[in-house]
Design a protein. Sequence first.
Length: 49
Amino acid sequence: MSGQWIPMKIRYEGQSNGETAQLEFEFRKAEINTSIRTPFSIPKSYTRI
């Protein structure tokens, strides 16, 4: 990955009104700086981060 660190496993945990929600993502492949195709339109007001 050109010397860049990319997390391949991400875990989120949140609480609201006494209930806990957990999300866990595990990736097998990561690509950076590549074009992507989106099946939806991105609003013109979107500011790239």
